[in-house]
Design a protein around this ligand. Sequence first.
Ligand code: NAD
Ligand code: APR
Length: 260
Amino acid sequence: LIAEVQGAAKLLASKQRICILTGAGISAESGIPTFRDKQTGLWQNYRAEDLATPDAFARDPKLVWSWYQWRRKLVADKTPNPAHDALAQWQQHAESTYQQLTLITQNVDNLHEQAGSTVIHLHGNLWHNRCSQCEAPYQDKSEGASSSKDVTNFDEALLTCQHCAGYIRPDIVWFGETLPLQAWQTAEEAAAHCEVFISIGTSSLVYPAAGLAQLAKQNGAKIIEINPDPTPNTIVNITLAAKAGVVMPALIKQVMTLYS
Ligand code: NAD
Ligand code: APR
């Protein structure tokens, strides 16, 4: 693995435009179960088809909210792990160099922001809410994660939007829904123009996010994958088969020393 890390660091330090896509795996070492881990995957406990879909919300909004209340409780006390921290450090360091890093995530746990990163959210944010009809963001009285407590306490009636009669829902992309256009276009643009694309902690099973690596490859980028398990990605140039929290601090440290 040392040789691969050195190879990856050399490649990254010599390039200017770098695109990074993260999935649930980067938060696994923060204690948040991923989607498809055998023993702890979120799917094991819940049939997402019954819950994370617009029809489910139309059918039984309180049930869907209770699931998100459970997920928010699960995530609320989690903190960034060394993988999130290494990425945030690298992003800050890159600002004083000519490197351009674009960080894109499928996660909704806000841990990249908590580590100090700027990040593009493809699948929404667990702590944000919006109207299920007119999509207006629902801002609660208090700021940040605490605001979710008021909105998800559905013992009494469901909250409705201030602008229309729509119910308030989590601002998350559900099965069958399209991704937020602005975020998707920015992500596509970054993937199509980068020189190196790093895929971290994603099974690369879910599209359109999983298509970003292929798009980068088509445009001549090198692909690095950080994942302890194999994925269907056949276009990878360098595989770091290790946990992100273990290998990323070493990788980013090398990039920054090589670079300066
Ligand atoms: P979800 O599981 O319904 O995910 C919505 C996503 O699923 C969309 O991107 C959509 O493109 C995709 N999708 C659409 N049809 C699909 C299909 N047939 N099969 C598989 N995927 C399909 O949403 P959720 O359950 O509300 O979870 C939201 C977020 O939770 C996801 O974006 C996921 O990244 C995330 N997650 C985050 C963490 C973490 O924050 N660390 C951990 C596990 C999962
Ligand atoms: N470090 C790096 N990768 C890890 C770690 C770790 N410590 N632990 C697990 N992984 C890898 C797993 O091997 C797996 O390939 O992270 C990946 C997690 O994959 P998923 O559980 O499928 O999560 P993700 O890829 O984010 O799911 C994609 O599917 O259901 C939708 O919207 C949901 O955004 C999600 C999308």
